[in-house]
Design a binder for this molecule. Structure first.
Ligand SMILES: [Cu+2]
Length: 169
């Protein structure tokens, strides 16, 4: 007898939840958020504009950027978190083909005074400065020849999570 009562109760609860319109609203919001999280590259007449962010969660907003060979790439890089440059600094470092990403990350550790950019290296195509929370910078570079290029954040310990591929078509 008790079991039947419980069943009846839970059925009533389910029905009342289903009738609530709030569930639908939540779904809409999450779809909008996902779209905002990964804006597409904007292309126009040989110029590609890229918006890349780094967060307090130690993540880039995109792990793949697609450009055309020879394009002028205007990359805006923003630290959308709140943490300081000393504890959660982020940069964008584009590496030449064939660079061992893990080894490069190790080498970068030794260059704290240079914002973790190794000096006397020929492994870097281009890079931004190191940013703290709320900061923003912009660099312009010419897309290299066709192929896949690794990009990373060279702050200590970040390369494992903060890496992506620049695909040049
Ligand atoms: Cu970082």
């Amino acid at each position: 007898m008790k079991k039947i009562l419980m069943l009846l109760l839970s059925t009533t609860l389910l029905v009342s939840c289903g009738g609530d319109g709030k569930k639908e609203e939540k779904k809409d919001n999450s779809i909008k958020l996902n779209t905002q999280a990964e804006p597409k590259e904007e292309k126009e007449d040989g110029v590609t504009r890229v918006y890349l962010t780094g967060s307090d969660q130690m993540k880039f907003n995109k792990n793949e950027i697609v450009v055309n060979a020879g394009d002028k790439v205007v990359l805006t890089f923003e630290h959308v978190g709140k943490m300081s440059k000393e504890t959660m600094g982020h940069n964008f470092v584009l590496l030449k083909k064939g660079t061992n990403v893990q080894e490069f990350g190790q080498e970068a550790l030794e260059y704290k005074d240079n914002d973790y950019i190794p000096e006397d290296t020929n492994a870097i195509i281009t890079h931004t400065k190191m940013l703290g929370g709320g900061e923003k910078t912009e660099i312009t570079f010419e897309a290299p020849e066709k192929g896949n290029y690794d990009y990373i954040c060279s702050f200590p310990g970040h390369v494992a999570l903060m890496n992506g591929i620049l695909v040049v078509k």
